[in-house]
Design a protein around this ligand. Structure first.
Ligand SMILES: [Fe+2]
Length: 176
């Protein structure tokens, strides 16, 4: 097969047996959406881990309410991470799956080394702004996906926006 044949230019590594991806979205658009989703996945994973961290380490009079609330949120977030990563794969690209990649791609900073003086209000504040950061990234990527006619990604991000905006409201309400 000539190297410039359409069948010979796919970047598959299965000895030419896997067909090139042709789902009605150009390769350039698929890459732009997948890159955006990788940033979204990094934000969502970092927020997931921080929520689980605070579930473990929260103290004070609000312990039981926050321990349970954080568990409900991180459990739901964990399942959604898989949907996002698999959407990146369906678009033809590798999903980031290491702490080094997530640290590089995320707009949310971690909170390592919580001391005994960790304040539940500061945890709730960080999770509020973390959920808002996830929403801002989702909105940016949603626009890219919409421009590419990528309805499944638009649908996925619309659902995630509903959830993370709700979490931000619930957490913010604790501080009012
Ligand atoms: Fe637990």
């Amino acid at each position: 097969m000539p190297a410039n044949s359409p069948l010979g230019t796919s970047d598959d590594s299965a000895g030419g047996r896997a067909p090139a991806i042709d789902i009605g979205i150009s390769g350039e658009d698929r890459k732009q959406v997948a890159d955006g989703l990788s940033h979204f996945l990094a934000d969502a994973y970092t927020l997931y881990l921080k929520t689980h961290n605070f579930h473990w380490n929260v103290t004070g009079p609000m312990f039981n309410a926050l321990h349970v609330m954080f568990e409900a949120q991180y459990t739901e977030q964990w399942a959604a991470l898989d949907e996002t990563a698999e959407r990146i794969r369906a678009l033809g690209f590798n999903a980031p799956g290491s702490y080094a990649e997530f640290t590089r791609l995320s707009s949310i900073t971690e909170e390592p080394g919580l001391g005994d003086t960790a304040d539940w209000r500061e945890m709730v504040r960080q999770l509020t702004v973390g959920n808002e950061a996830v929403c801002r990234t989702a909105r940016k990527v949603l626009k890219v996906a919409d421009g590419a006619g990528d309805d499944p990604t638009v649908d996925l991000l619309t659902q995630r926006l509903q959830v993370h905006e709700k979490y931000a409201w619930m957490l913010r309400s604790l501080l009012q």
